[in-house]
Design a protein. Structure first.
Length: 281
């Protein structure tokens, strides 16, 4: 994709962020990017991995979360975020929130999260999911440590273990992740329940588009998501990622080529990068 096209798309993304409360048509956005509506839709999705509408809904969802955390009423928060009706949030857009707005405001209290722990090539992995998708995929030395991590991430949720015989879906998901790690199989396309700010979700969604075997620096990542000066914020978003491998934050390095950080240990990050590079050699 030509540099000038990328620059125009970044400007269009910024325009969406600045006008998230408004009704933005493809015609309006295409005009901002000097493209026809159909071409804008096509190249925007190719660059960001989601449609302009989904991108705008993600920005609005971030505003909704901020308003709910500030203690505003649910109805007021929904309209303040630019959603035209309550039904839109409780329907399509609520998938990005991972739970109903009232539940989110209460810190997830009463929500059920099912989890399973299995061995992988990188050590024990715990996978946990809500009704919306995977919300937690992490490594540690043993199941007890992983459960402590899960409990710390979701202190008000009801956590329920799924015994091997009763969790064929979670088992198959972990097996597909392990095949991706150890055998070079494609990254499994699993439903994800990503929870974070609009900026964090933007970073995570971009990382999911980075091809296997490729790496980039924190500075390059900040540039690619349209915030070239937000290098530290990008690094923080990577550090706050709860979903290892499926959101491949291990592919982000320091500007000097050093490994940087990785919340599941530099040995695992090194192993993931080395394995992916060998496959592409």
């Amino acid at each position: 994709m030509a540099t000038n096209t990328v620059d125009r798309l970044i400007e269009a993304a910024r325009y969406i962020e600045q006008h998230a409360h408004e009704r933005l048509t493809l015609a309006v956005l295409g005009e901002q990017a000097s493209m026809s509506p159909s071409r804008f839709q096509r190249v925007f999705k190719a660059a960001f991995g989601i449609s302009p509408k989904a991108y705008q809904d993600g920005v609005r969802m971030g505003l909704l979360k901020q308003s709910l955390r500030a203690g505003n009423g649910v109805t007021q928060a929904i309209y303040d975020a630019g959603f035209g009706s309550i039904s839109r949030v409780y329907g399509e857009a609520s998938r990005n929130l991972g739970m109903k707005p009232t539940t989110y405001r209460a810190g997830g209290e009463g929500e059920e999260i099912v989890y399973a722990c299995r061995a992988t090539a990188l050590g024990p992995m715990m996978l946990a999911a809500t009704a919306s998708g995977v919300c937690f995929a992490q490594f540690d030395d043993d199941e007890a440590a992983l459960y402590s991590r899960l409990e710390a991430e979701f202190p008000k949720a009801s956590l329920r273990a799924s015994p091997a015989g009763q969790s064929p879906l979670l088992d198959s998901w972990i097996e597909s992740i392990d095949c991706h790690i150890s055998a070079g199989a494609p990254r499994p396309d699993l439903p994800l329940d990503m929870r974070g700010t609009a900026f964090q979700i933007k970073v995570w969604q971009f990382l999911m588009q980075v091809p296997r075997g490729q790496v980039l620096s924190y500075g390059e990542l900040a540039q690619r998501v349209g915030h070239p000066k937000a290098v530290r914020a990008v690094a923080s978003a990577c550090a706050r990622n709860r979903i290892a491998v499926l959101i491949p934050c291990h592919r982000v390095l320091r500007g000097d080529g050093g490994l940087g950080g990785y919340r599941w240990g530099l040995d695992r990050k090194r192993a993931l990068i080395a394995s992916e590079r060998e496959e592409n050699a």
